[in-house]
Design a protein around this ligand. Structure first.
Ligand SMILES: Nc1ncnc2c1ncn2[C@@H]1O[C@H](COP(=O)(O)OP(=O)(O)O)[C@@H](O)[C@H]1O
Ligand SMILES: [Mg+2]
Length: 208
């Protein structure tokens, strides 16, 4: 098995290589020495299971995601289809504005089906052949709580605000258009209100 390291993340290392003649990504969660080793292996196993389950589950909602080929819990490794596109984070400003509505729709589909992503950044969407794929479900949860869904929106809004500041307004507007088209105006209004609540609490916390 010939693999090549492509990304060293905080939590996992990402390798690419072949798996049964398919170009694949190997996501391997790293041992954290600062954690008690029993607890650490439990957390890594748990997140590996959760991520592989949700990667498959979201397909039934109509969300494009990598196919899961194999998991090895001892190594906390997931072998999945490689999506050989470009991370939305690395797209040009005009393209990010263009895909924001579709991203909003995908997040709407996720929430409508009772799942929160947990790490909703532009690096966790890949554009390939005009299709947006969602990845990185290690922190996902099955939840229908509006407060949890608001946490997702608040994070992506924050990322657009910081990493993509020049296009914040148009991409956020498009995101919300897409989101609303799936969850409906009543739910969207409720979540946006909760996002504003979280934001004002954040500002207040900074002042004191
Ligand atoms: N299936 C995949 N196909 C292509 N690239 C991937 C795939 N999975 C992960 N990557 C790349 O590796 C990066 C890190 O993977 P990710 O699952 O997001 O882990 P992390 O928890 O470290 O963010 C992604 O941002 C993406 O660039
Ligand atoms: Mg990621």
């Amino acid at each position: 098995m010939l693999v090549k390291l492509i990304k060293k993340g905080a939590e996992a290392d990402i390798y690419t290589g072949m798996w049964n003649n398919s170009k694949s990504v190997f996501k391997i969660r790293k041992i954290k020495n600062y954690r008690n080793s029993l607890l650490d292996s439990k957390i890594r196993k748990q997140r590996t299971i959760k991520e592989s389950q949700i990667l498959s589950q979201v397909k039934s909602f109509g969300i494009p995601s990598p196919l899961v080929y194999f998991i090895n819990l001892e190594k906390s490794m997931i072998v999945m289809q490689e999506i050989p596109g470009k991370s939305v984070h690395d797209l040009s400003n005009s393209k990010i504005i263009g895909v924001s509505k579709e991203i909003g729709k995908l997040v709407g589909l996720l929430h409508k089906n009772g799942v929160m992503h947990g790490d909703l950044t532009t690096s966790n969407f890949i554009l390939f052949k005009n299709i947006i794929y969602m990845i990185d479900f290690g922190l996902s949860q099955n939840t229908i709580k509006p407060e949890d869904h608001a946490v997702d929106l608040r994070l992506i809004k924050e990322i657009l605000n910081s990493a993509h500041a020049k296009i914040m307004e148009s991409s956020w507007k498009n995101f919300l258009l897409g989101y609303k088209s799936i969850v409906g105006i009543t739910y969207q209004t409720k979540i946006v209100k909760l996002v504003a609540d979280i934001e004002s609490r954040g500002r207040y916390a900074q002042v004191v």
